[in-house]
Design a protein around this ligand. Structure first.
Ligand code: ZN
Length: 589
């Protein structure tokens, strides 16, 4: 489909950001002048409080404008990549961002060096909204090095990413898989389809042809994986952190005990529920030799129907009704003011996102095809957009940005409310079973699978920190062992399971995966309480959406009524899974 064939109301309206493209360049000029002024503050930040306030205000003004300009350029480029005017704007915005980061490189160091004076300034109420951010920065002081060492580290930066770059650039080719006498292409995108096939030979063949290629290059993959772990261990060491984990959680402002709590709950205390689910799968599928490549066979036929955008909004509004009219008004606004670009068109970016800035609306890009998944993606992105909208309208700029850590809560709560609505309003028990099955699979991916990944990643990081050898044999043996424990006794491991770790890009993202689990766990706990009609929970949750990033993720969530260090939220989340499993079992027998 071409862009001009799509009705206006189904395309986003970016003219509200800049009506005239010339206004974009006017903002760029203003940014340039602000940046020149900001450069003159070097060496003067702690002179007196007025100078410090003046600096912070100008820096915020600059960030707001750059973000607005960048937002305009990147949204346009994502839907019309061939338009050279937008490409030029994008290049202009990016080069300004780069220039700003070079010009302002002195700031963090200067603030940390003058910490005593700055802490004195922070007592003044004019700086109240800056306290969280600046204190965070000051806490980094023990990890800053002297000027020469910092310079050396900066020079190492661009060689330290090479393992990851090599991993990204490796392109494997796979042999075709034969289905009903026809040869079909096997790759990352088609693997799952083969694994859903009813014929065991197809599943086994696809699995083998896929992972034997990883095995062929195992020494390369072992080197890139060990390389990224050694890189994290290096930075943690030179910056005086106790471990790579401590370095990573420092950036997120959460305690490492949170990481271990999530792993303990998922991998020890509640793992029996996942084993029970696998046992049930084996029974329902009636397969005696049940292998890990058999786990994707659908247990229920897809019953979802084609939906229009209007039908999706009707359902979404009903699913989100517990939040009250104010929340729904923002959803209306998103639709009426055209924040959303719905349909896939030639050249448009794949996937979906919510993206905006402090001075713009939070826009949504998606590739809507009218199935249940599309509706679920829409409500997910709307969750992000409402969160951003409420943060921007209730917080000053400096505190409006929220971290990845809490971001997925808003979207996952919405997705979960939707699927619960679909279960509740299913017309047949088969339809209900379908949605329960979908949600069980969802939960498995996020609350069981990711903590197993996190455990594996943590062990590799620890090996790197202790300078232990990390050959492919050691890595794949470890992964095979963890996989067997993870899937449980009902599932047999294929001989290639150990090499399947080389396929996962997330191991290169420095302790990222457990954040998915946290987002889902918190969301499930919130939904469980909302569905029980807990009005206080709804109120606390809406306040959380308005809080942006004004405090640490743990504080934000605690004020939302779901302290992530508290056992109760994990118990709520895993019991939610257990309830679903019980119901699914009942409907299946
Ligand atoms: Zn999301």
């Amino acid at each position: 489909m071409e862009r001009e064939d799509i009705e206006e109301k189904y395309k986003w309206d970016l003219s509200k950001i800049y009506h005239d493209p010339q206004d974009f360049y006017k903002d760029i000029d203003t940014c340039q002048s602000l940046l020149d002024q900001l450069a003159t503050f070097e060496g003067k930040l702690s002179e007196n409080i007025e100078t410090f306030i003046d600096f912070l205000t100008k820096k915020d003004d600059l960030s707001k404008l750059i973000n607005k300009a960048y937002c305009f350029a990147h949204l346009h480029c994502d839907v019309e990549p061939k338009n050279q005017d937008y490409q030029k704007m994008m290049a202009t915005a990016l080069s300004l961002l780069q220039q700003a980061s070079v010009t302002l490189v002195y700031v963090d160091n200067e603030i940390c060096k003058n910490d005593v004076k700055i802490k004195e300034f922070l007592k003044d109420n004019r700086l109240a909204s800056y306290r969280y951010t600046v204190n965070n920065l000051l806490a980094y002081k023990p990890h800053l090095l002297d000027e020469q060492q910092e310079m050396l580290i900066a020079k190492v930066d661009n060689i330290s990413d090479i393992s990851e770059q090599v991993f990204d650039s490796l392109r494997l080719e796979f042999e075709d898989v034969e289905v009903n006498g026809q040869k079909k292409t096997l790759n990352q995108a088609t693997l799952t389809e083969f694994l859903k096939n009813k014929d065991v030979n197809v599943r086994k063949d696809a699995y083998h042809k896929f992972f034997k290629e990883y095995k062929k290059f195992e020494n390369t993959y072992a080197t890139t994986l060990a390389g990224v772990m050694k890189k994290d261990a290096f930075y943690s060491d030179v910056r005086h952190f106790d471990s790579p984990l401590e370095a990573s959680v420092f950036n997120d402002d959460v305690p490492s005990s949170l990481f271990f709590k999530i792993l303990d709950k998922a991998n020890n205390e509640y793992r029996y529920l996942f084993h029970r689910y696998n046992q049930l799968k084996k029974e329902l599928l009636k397969i005696d030799d049940f292998y890990n490549y058999d786990l994707n066979i659908p247990l229920v036929k897809n019953v979802s129907q084609k939906l229009t955008i209007e039908q999706c909004f009707e359902i979404i509004e009903k699913a989100l009704a517990p939040f009250g009219q104010d929340y729904l008004n923002i959803i209306h606004q998103a639709k009426e003011e055209r924040w959303i670009d719905y349909y896939p068109t030639t050249g448009k970016r794949q996937g979906a996102y919510s993206s905006g800035s402090y001075l713009t609306q939070p826009y949504i890009l998606m590739n809507f095809i009218g199935d249940y998944n599309s509706m679920s993606t829409l409500i997910h992105e709307l969750g992000h957009s409402v969160h951003t909208y409420l943060s921007n309208h209730n917080q000053e700029f400096i505190n409006s940005h929220y971290r990845i850590f809490v971001a997925e809560v808003a979207s996952t709560v919405n997705e979960t409310l939707l699927i619960n609505y679909m279960m509740e309003h299913a017309k047949t028990s088969e339809e209900k079973r379908y949605y329960i099955y979908e949600q069980l699979e969802n939960c498995v991916g996020l609350i069981f699978r990711q903590p197993m990944f996190a455990d594996f990643e943590h062990r590799l990081h620890t090996m790197a920190q202790n300078n232990e050898p990390m050959s492919s044999k050691i890595i794949t043996d470890l992964y095979a062992k963890l996989s067997q424990e993870y899937f449980g006794d009902a599932v047999k491991m294929d001989e290639l399971v150990g090499w399947s770790c080389y396929y996962v890009p997330h191991f290169y993202y420095d302790y990222y995966v457990y954040k998915y689990t946290l987002g889902m766990t918190v969301a499930l706990a919130i939904v469980k309480r909302i569905l029980q009609g807990d009005q206080k929970q709804i109120e606390q949750y809406l306040n959380f959406l308005k809080s942006g990033g004004k405090e640490s993720p743990v504080d934000l969530l605690t004020h939302a009524g779901v302290n992530p260090l508290d056992d109760a939220i994990y118990d709520d989340a895993f019991h939610y899974f257990e309830d679903l499993l019980n119901e699914f079992e009942k409907l299946s027998k």
